[in-house]
Design a binder for this molecule. Structure first.
Ligand SMILES: Nc1ncnc2c1ncn2[C@@H]1O[C@H](COP(=O)(O)OP(=O)(O)O)[C@@H](O)[C@H]1O
Ligand SMILES: [Mg+2]
Length: 238
């Protein structure tokens, strides 16, 4: 299997503070790969670096066979790497339809864009029902659906999701996880960041546990779900 994304010895620092201290991992086509770890582990920093929003201190990132080091953020999107950020960052005063359109800002194929908007409404019917309303009127879970729908509007090869279940009710969280599974079944490749380890690991092909900037444990989602240390540290068992 060829890796769609290959990260090698990646180091990222904010001034003197090294937030990511040399991590390596791969994401193969069609897989869900998960980064789990407590607050401050460096998960968001990793995704922001992959998106080109932060320049790494060292290490290499190869996406779809191309080194990303010198590629600006907007070009990275057009190469097929989409990012649904932590905290969602939807535009609350714009309508749901306008928010989705923004996800396609690099595309010029009007008909294709419209077809993809319709697909987003099929995947998330609530977005279609409320398409003309301001996005700020959506609940947290619905805003998460919009953030995912918007990221998909660039027709990515790899979708990165940063804490999609953050702040959601258990029911809404289940719904989001089911959607992620559904996306995978359509062939989408997903890099998922979650603090909610249980739900994330159970749908991941492979997973990495991060602690203060390092990957301390890797395995299949199932391995980690049954790993005693992981259960103690992340699943609230003692
Ligand atoms: N903009 C920033 N400036 C300085 N330090 C930051 C910034 N963003 C994150 N950090 C620090 O980098 C480390 C990793 O943070 P982050 O990547 O957000 O972790 P996670 O997403 O795993 O919670 C933390 O120590 C955090 O305080
Ligand atoms: Mg984070």
């Amino acid at each position: 299997m060829t890796a769609l994304l290959k990260v090698e010895d990646l180091k990222v620092a904010y001034g003197k503070i090294e937030a990511v201290k040399g991590i390596s991992f791969e994401v193969n086509e069609g897989e869900i790969v998960c980064l789990v770890g407590t607050n401050g582990a460096g998960k968001t920093t990793t995704l922001r670096t992959l998106s080109g929003l932060i320049k790494p201190k060292s290490g290499s990132i190869t996406f779809d066979g191309q080194p990303l080091a010198a590629v600006p953020a907007h070009k990275i999107v057009s190469l097929g790497l989409a990012h649904s950020p932590e905290g969602r960052h939807i535009f609350p005063r714009l309508t749901i339809a306008e928010n989705l359109q923004l996800g396609a800002f690099l595309r010029t194929d009007k008909e294709g864009i419209e077809a993809d908007v319709q697909r987003a409404y099929e995947m998330f019917p609530i977005l279609g029902e409320r398409r003309k309303q301001a996005a700020g009127t959506l609940s947290g879970g619905e805003q998460q659906m919009l953030a995912m729908g918007r990221a998909l509007m660039s027709r990515p090869k790899l979708l990165m999701l940063d804490e999609p279940s953050m702040g959601l009710s258990p029911l809404m969280m289940q719904k989001i996880m089911a959607t992620i599974k559904e996306l995978k079944s359509t062939g989408m490749t997903i890099l998922l960041v979650e603090q909610n380890a249980q739900a994330a690991l159970s749908l991941s092909d492979s997973a990495h546990v991060m602690e203060i900037g390092k990957i301390v444990l890797s395995g299949t989602g199932r391995d980690l779900l049954h790993n005693e240390d992981v259960r103690k540290a992340y699943l609230g068992e003692d």
